[in-house]
Design a protein around this ligand. Structure first.
Ligand code: HEM
Length: 439
């Protein structure tokens, strides 16, 4: 480290807890307001750790560079324990690369194409049900949709029914990620651990008994590396459980904001429908090639991922050595994270960042952005820690817009669609109140 460098700015908060409570209460507001106050690189203290946050394309790229930060031992112990210390977000180096190479086979074009029929069987089951139900908030159902899609993809569950037991256990497990990590029968964390164990048992049985045609489970069972390596049953079970956690919240939030955008921007909804009418057949599941032709739906999907709070930050990493950026010194062993939300709301990359503009992120505009400017699912090199679900979400969202506007309509009364406070991926306060009609 250069002798002249100073530590990044930022406050350290109360003794013992640091700023952990502020961060957990609302990580979006916390990271965005600190970035506005201090600039793109700042530090805080979370429990006993100094954590440096990196916002904006340049600093974000610096954090994602595998020479600078490792994920090994980055995340808090209780989170590693809950998901499994051997899950891919906590691995680094060669083990991470080898595991990840196999996992990525679930996100190739042919694999993604094969998931569309089951995905739309689930969506159709819910949308058809809503038609009969009149005006209602659908956010609760969307959370079940997110679970059912994850359950179909990762445990080859039947798309024709909802797995309520599994969804209940999953909700208990999620609550444990925000609770004090005390494993006793009556604590939220203790309940989370036991719910996780029931999910593990369920997933193990599904892995053993299902071939998984049309699902990611099927693709991952078949995955082989260049030397014939494959995922062991145990590795599969670890990653599949972690995939639920990675996928369900994002899928739910993406769909909730998609419905909200259709309701709040009727002129945009009409343009999406015109595009769908030109490219898609009525009452049919769109295939990958058709979805790729929906240019406007793709741009709108990206702008949703940019402009609504879905993921606040990356997972946490650890500085591998003393580092320096923009005159700030970062010590070996300090923790760091990419400030996703602050990067997406950075006014020097995105003009009027708080405004939703459906045509802002067309293909050409995205190509012209600096590296690691559009980072709703993380960034950095493809064999690093960026979200492998990127390709899935960026296909499912435009596919949803095309399929829905082609076959259905919605009415949407004035409502408070601002993001509810706190947590990861808060949904609109109104709970997405809509009336669905068949076209
Ligand atoms: C809108 C939806 C989603 C959002 C916003 C999202 C966001 C993210 C973010 C921010 C990360 C952390 C990146 C980092 O630490 O550098 C991540 C990692 C990950 N996501 Fe997603 N994700 C979404 C959907 C999915 C889906 C559908 C899957 C399906 C399996 C998935 C699987 C993963 C995995 C496996 C990782 C860990 C990658 C690694 O560490 O190598 N995500 N995601």
């Amino acid at each position: 480290m250069g002798g002249m460098s100073q530590p990044p700015p930022g406050s350290t908060g109360a003794p013992f807890v640091g700023e952990a409570l502020k961060f957990l209460k609302d990580p979006f507001t916390f990271t965005l307001s600190r970035t506005k106050q201090h600039g793109n690189i700042w530090k805080t203290k979370i429990l006993s750790d100094t954590v440096v946050f990196f916002a904006g394309p340049k600093a974000f790229s610096f954090f994602m560079d595998p020479d600078n930060f490792t994920r090994q031992n980055g995340s808090p112990k209780f989170l590693q324990e809950l998901l499994h210390p051997d899950a891919v977000p906590f691995l680094d180096g060669d083990r991470h690369k080898a595991r990840r190479r196999l996992l990525l086979t679930a996100f190739t074009d042919p694999a993604l194409d094969s998931y569309l029929p089951n995905t739309f069987a689930i969506l159709k089951r819910f949308v058809d049900k809503w038609i009969g139900e009149g005006e209602k908030p659908i956010a609760g159902d969307l959370s079940q949709v997110g679970f059912d899609i994850a359950d179909m993809l990762f445990a080859a569950s039947d798309p024709a029914t909802s797995n309520l037991q599994g969804a209940g256990d999953f909700a208990l497990m999620n609550k444990g990620t925000f609770a004090p990590p005390v494993n006793l029968p009556f604590t939220a964390y203790g309940k989370a651990i036991r719910a996780r164990d029931r999910l593990r048992t369920y997933i193990k049985a599904q892995v053993a008994s299902k071939d998984g045609a049309g699902t990611a489970l099927g693709v991952l069972k078949q995955a082989r590396g260049p030397k014939g390596e494959q995922l062991s049953s145990e590795e599969l079970e670890i990653e599949l459980l972690h995939f639920y956690f990675a996928a369900q919240g994002g899928l739910t939030a993406a769909l909730a904001w998609a419905f909200t955008v259709l309701g709040e921007h009727p002129e945009l909804a009409a343009r999406l429908r015109a595009e769908a009418d030109a490219k898609l057949a009525a009452d049919a599941v769109p295939n990958l090639q058709q979805v790729r032709s929906l240019d406007q739906a793709r741009a709108v999907s990206r702008e949703i991922l940019r402009s609504y709070p879905i993921a606040p930050t990356t997972f946490i990493g650890v500085a591998k050595k003393d580092l320096e950026i923009d005159g700030y010194g970062i010590r070996a062993g300090w923790k760091g994270a990419g400030a996703i939300w602050a990067t997406l709301q950075d006014g020097s990359t995105f003009t009027d960042p708080t405004v939703f503009k459906g045509d802002r992120l067309g293909d050409e505009a995205v190509k012209a952005l600096p590296n690691n400017a559009f980072v709703p699912q993380g960034g950095g090199p493809p064999d690093g820690h960026r979200c492998p679900g990127e390709a899935l979400i960026q296909l499912v969202m435009p596919a949803f817009f095309g399929w829905f506007t082609r076959n259905y309509g919605l009415t949407y009364a004035a409502q408070d669609a601002s993001p509810g406070g706190g947590g990861l991926g808060p949904l609109p306060r109104s709970g997405v109140r809509v009336t669905i009609t068949k076209r």
